[in-house]
Design a protein around this ligand. Structure first.
Ligand SMILES: [Cu+2]
Length: 179
């Protein structure tokens, strides 16, 4: 019995390690302040086509403050568009068809009903704060940068959950061993 207990302990410790690693790399979490405003900060990578946060969770219908940053020294302009579940490729393909339209590229947002929330196109060193209400319908809402050539890789997921999001939920999703 002692061996099994030690094994459990070791598994538990490694699970915590995995959880902390996830937190430090790609998993963002909307901080809930006393006035129930979830704040999430997402920055573009300076060199690679990626967001520093590729996944975060908010409660359905919550007030969200997104701080979107294209950092100083970034090599490319970037935007961020939140779209309906399953709509990322549809929006991306629409943008692809307009890649030769220089006017469109100043703010590459197709503006269809698939697009729920969008920043403008940010140059290096620019920041935009966007307040929005999270969708009422729980689901996985993709976000992507629609500057030409970026959307297929520069993306993430906003998880909208019915219950108030908290860290224990996140831990359950990420750490629970399979089987
Ligand atoms: Cu981009």
């Amino acid at each position: 019995m002692k061996n099994i207990s030690q094994l459990h302990q070791a598994l538990y410790i490694s699970a915590i390690g995995v959880f902390l690693t996830l937190l430090n790399t790609s998993v963002g979490f909307a901080k809930e302040s006393s006035d129930q405003l979830h704040e999430i900060k997402i920055a573009a990578d300076k060199t690679n086509l990626k967001f520093d946060i590729t996944e975060f969770t908010v409660a359905a219908g919550a007030s969200v403050r997104l701080v979107f940053i294209n950092p100083e020294g970034s090599l490319q302009p970037h935007n961020i568009l939140f779209v309906k579940p399953g709509a990322a490729v549809r929006v991306g393909m629409l943008v692809n068809r307009k890649m030769s339209d220089s006017e469109f590229l100043k703010n590459p947002n197709p503006g269809t009903s698939d697009v729920l929330v969008a920043s403008t196109l940010l140059q290096a060193g620019e920041k935009q704060v966007i307040d929005f209400t999270a969708p009422q319908v729980p689901g996985d809402y993709p976000y992507l940068c629609t500057y030409p050539g970026h959307w297929a890789v520069m993306k993430g997921v906003m998880k909208v959950r019915a219950l108030s999001a908290d860290r224990s939920n996140l831990a359950d999703e990420k750490v629970k061993p399979k089987g």
